[in-house]
Design a protein around this ligand. Structure first.
Ligand code: IFM
Length: 446
């Protein structure tokens, strides 16, 4: 039997995010986040679900780390809730919030699991939203202050940091589509938010360099693999626009090349801050790695009546429970593209995974062969990218646990561990056992 072997020291991980798993959002002096207020607003989240209980990880984190240990994972990517640390967003530090994450970090290290901390995975303090949130230019300083508190408290033990998770989703899904918190629909605000996210990211990196001398810092992007519906110039250009606007180029072009990508500049010139260029030097702060989240591919064609001229063409491909087309080779092209276009020092797949309609069988197990197939195909593409010289250092499954899938609530299960939301019982799915084997073998069996 042949093996797709990964390099020694390859970091096999699992990923989660604070609001999606923790529950107890207001415990121990935490302030409200925009996801607390958004999910408590009737009509925003499917079935009226909120993160009030979620996976009760706030109380069960020890058990969850034991599960990671059992799976043999080498790294755990999780996020810190800003309003647990700074209930008002700036100023007063909540020691109980620091203590909560400090215990998790210590326990991970005791178990030999490398912590990857995401500083912001969408739970902005509500107090800051009242001041305009990500649309206010001052947010870059607020984020820098919050980052400093984290580096000072955890930088001695955490050596891998991620400033932002999926800034495109923050800006566009939160401020243009209105589907995520804070639920706005304004294209001017959305592009001001894009720009402020980049400024905030860069300020955080700068402070990191002062405080955590021996650590690495990066940023994580959502990506879809866009293919044109035909070879017509207008369709090819539409696919390229969708790529530049939705994927890593929107942020990596400013970070590595000092301006937004060409087709974004053409489209969004009016929506961006008039004097945005004056910030570009500051935005080019050096990062250590790029994190790639990848789930799906899309076929697109030009349609002047669609927003941005982009119309999606549904294909007869297998789909996950999210309705997302399964296109494993897209992961290869995205990884290769990042390397060829920006040549970062290191790349991680920081999220990859699938939602399926899991059921607990009579034998008490969850037989999710569809998720195994999905993961296997995608890990195979990550391996292929490595063979082609992509500096891929690790791969994180989204997600360790079934959890709160934002506007979809608990209706979508992404975990390799099943969560019974009535009892909070965890069951390692077949995919979890399969992934444990991949980690043990440091590779895929063909
Ligand atoms: O659950 C999300 C995660 O928070 C960010 N990336 C995509 C996942 C699946 O939608």
């Amino acid at each position: 039997m042949s093996m797709k072997k990964f390099p020694e020291g390859f970091l096999w991980g699992v990923a989660t995010a604070s609001y999606q798993i923790e529950g107890s959002p207001l415990a121990d002096g935490a302030g409200m986040s925009i996801w607390h207020t958004f999910s408590h607003t009737p009509g925003n989240v499917k079935n009226g679900d909120t993160g009030d209980i979620a996976c009760d990880h706030y109380n069960r984190w020890k058990e969850d780390i034991e599960i990671m240990k059992e799976l043999g994972v080498k790294a755990y990517r999780f996020s810190i809730s800003w309003p647990r640390i700074l209930p008002e967003g700036t100023g007063r530090v909540n020691q109980k919030g620091i203590d909560f994450y400090s215990r998790i970090i210590d326990t991970l290290l005791e178990q030999g699991i490398t912590p990857f901390v995401t500083i912001y995975h969408w739970d902005l303090p509500f107090e800051l939203q009242l001041k305009g949130g990500w649309a206010n230019r001052e947010v870059a300083d607020w984020f820098a202050e919050y980052s400093r508190v984290l580096f000072e408290n955890f930088g001695d033990r955490v050596k891998h940091w991620i400033t932002l998770n999926e800034p495109w989703v923050v800006a566009i899904v939160g401020h243009l589509y209105g589907v995520h918190a804070p639920g706005m629909k304004d294209i001017y605000v959305a592009f001001h938010v894009v720009h402020n996210l980049l400024r905030a990211h860069a300020k955080s990196v700068k402070i990191f360099r002062e405080i955590v001398k021996d650590g690495k810092i990066g940023i994580v992007f959502n990506n879809g693999y866009f293919e044109p519906a035909s070879e017509k110039e207008e369709d090819v250009r539409t696919a390229e626009f969708a790529h530049q606007f939705t994927n890593y180029p929107l942020f990596l072009n400013p970070i590595y090349k000092g301006d937004y990508p060409e087709l974004v500049r053409e489209f969004a010139r009016e929506f961006l801050p008039k004097d945005y260029k004056k910030d570009m030097e500051e935005i080019q702060e050096r990062i250590n790695f790029v994190g790639i989240n990848y789930y799906s591919g899309h076929m697109v064609k030009y349609d002047p009546k669609s927003p941005g001229g982009v119309s999606f063409v549904e294909r007869d491909l297998p789909k996950t429970e999210m309705g997302w087309e399964v296109v494993p080779e897209g992961l290869y092209y995205i990884l290769k593209g990042v390397k060829d276009e920006y040549n970062p020092e290191e790349i991680y797949v920081t999220e990859n995974g699938a939602a399926y309609n899991d059921v607990v069988s009579e034998d008490g197990k969850v037989h999710d062969q569809n998720r195994i197939d999905y993961l296997k195909a995608h890990i195979g593409q990550a391996w292929k990218a490595l063979q082609d010289g992509v500096p891929l250092r690790g791969y994180f499954v989204w997600s360790l646990l079934d959890n709160f899938e934002w506007a979809e609530g608990y209706s979508k299960r992404f975990g390799i561990v099943y969560v019974d939301y009535q009892t909070q019982k965890r069951i390692i799915k077949d995919s979890g056992h399969w992934y444990a084997n991949v980690i043990k073998n440091n590779g895929l069996e063909d």
